[in-house]
Design a protein around this ligand. Structure first.
Ligand SMILES: NC(=O)c1ccc[n+]([C@@H]2O[C@H](COP(=O)([O-])OP(=O)(O)OC[C@H]3O[C@@H](n4cnc5c(N)ncnc54)[C@H](O)[C@@H]3O)[C@@H](O)[C@H]2O)c1
Length: 256
């Protein structure tokens, strides 16, 4: 499936939750027809609400002058929230954003491999499971890749592209180009089959572990840790401020 004679890919997104709905919004804004599948009707309804009137949704982008009304309406018209797995799996690129449970993701990749056309690229937004474990559930490991986004997807520029030893170069190029087209900043890293997390989450959690040790040893309070890291390294927030930002969104962010 392809949107036309040009190279605009059709996108399937699996999961209409926090990440999936945001990802669908971004790919639609980038001009790609987007099918977002979720088996839960309430989740599909919430996803649509997030994309339209949510904090980082299209209406807000128009109100802040980031997008014209026409651009927002055109993007919305490109998104279909669907209860058909086959419809989403029939895309050129499928981005999996189901809950972070390895057995669920393996099942989803097995089903995808069965239903998706042979050339379809299967990408996972897992926060940290080895991409090789998902690729191994398919008969097309060369077309499986990690594409780790940050929340909120419409705002954050992260595009941590994770290649396995089997991922084809053309798949890496296609996903990197697509991420750039989505306004993201693609960085290609290697899969880490023996650890949880790629680069961003491993370093983030290492920092949090050390911050927790400092606090539990009574060396400093959380607030002091945050202040010292901001003052010493010009970080925008300290470790504890980052937990809040990563969990509920960064103040000052606005959807593009
Ligand atoms: N939330 C974040 O900050 C964040 C950031 C980066 C990556 N991630 C990763 O993104 C993925 C999704 O996280 P989320 O926060 O959007 O979760 P979420 O719980 O908000 O959404 C998950 C959605 O998947 C749906 N779902 C369940 N089974 C499904 C299936 N078989 N097929 C299709 N949809 C199914 C659920 O109904 C739900 O709507 C996870 O792997 C998570 O680790 C999350």
């Amino acid at each position: 499936m392809s949107a036309g004679a040009d190279t605009t890919p059709v996108i399937g997104v699996l999961g209409a939750g926090v990440m999936g709905s945001g990802i669908a919004q971004v790919t639609a804004l980038a001009g790609c027809p987007t099918y977002c599948y979720d088996p839960d009707a309430d989740a599909r309804g919430r996803g649509l609400a997030e994309v339209t009137t949510g904090r980082f949704g299209l209406d807000g982008a128009v109100a802040r002058g980031k997008r014209t009304r026409d651009e927002a309406d055109a993007a919305l018209a490109r998104i279909t929230f669907t209860d058909s797995f086959e419809q989403a799996a029939g895309a050129d690129v499928v981005i999996e954003a189901v809950p972070e449970k390895l057995d669920l993701k393996i099942k989803v990749f097995r089903d995808l491999d069965r239903v998706a056309p042979a050339g379809t690229i299967l990408a996972s937004n897992t926060s940290g499971f080895p991409i090789a474990a998902l690729a191994a559930a398919t008969d097309r490991p060369s077309r499986v890749i990690g594409w780790h986004w940050a929340s909120p997807a419409p705002v954050m520029r992260l595009a941590e592209i994770v290649r396995t030893e089997a991922t084809d170069d053309d798949v890496i190029a296609t996903i990197s180009d697509l991420a750039a087209r989505c306004g993201k900043n693609p960085v290609v890293v290697n899969d880490a089959p023996t650890s949880w997390g790629f680069v961003a989450n491993r370093i983030y959690f290492a920092m949090l572990r050390e911050a927790s040790r400092v606090v539990s040893e009574g060396v400093a309070t959380r607030e002091q840790v945050d202040q010292l890291m901001v003052d010493c390294y010009r970080w925008p927030a300290g470790p504890y401020g980052m937990v809040q930002g990563a969990g509920s969104g960064w103040s000052g962010g606005s959807a593009g």
